[in-house]
Design a protein around this ligand. Sequence first.
Ligand code: SF4
Length: 171
Amino acid sequence: MTLVIGLFLLFLAVVFFWQSNRQRTQAGLPGGRVIYTDTRAWGLVEKPLYDHELGLTGKPDYLVEQNGLIIPIEVKSGRAPDAPYDSHIFQLAAYCLLVEKTYGKRPPYGIIHYTGRDLAVDYTDKMESALLDQLADIRRDEYRTQVERSHEDAARCRGCGFRNVCDQSLA
Ligand code: SF4
């Protein structure tokens, strides 16, 4: 079961990565704003969050309670980009959705923790709607036997876990 969940999350991350540029243009994804957070208040998440209705599961790195709300935090290694990557934004939005479904309170934003900088990304209705569109696309693509590569970035392929089985790899 753990392997299945892991594979699903990996699949989700790759699909978000594939689709994010197109979706960003359509959805006007929010950028991040720099915030300060006290890491001592962060709590590790013991078990993955799960939404039966959407068949979605995921485990944010941390949750933090702020003013009665529960905020998911995703930790990314490396220096902070000028704006968070779309794939990171969608992953965080999925955690916001899972937090709302699990705890019954909607997080107004989630946090991406990069090295030396924390970015808050608003979880707006528009963001949720873009996420649900992504999930619908994923379900549709699940049954396709051929999915075209959506980029020309060899570096991305070099870092991809599917490189050895992908017939469109550039690396
Ligand atoms: S190897 Fe490249 S084209 Fe293939 S799935 Fe990975 S990133 Fe996409």
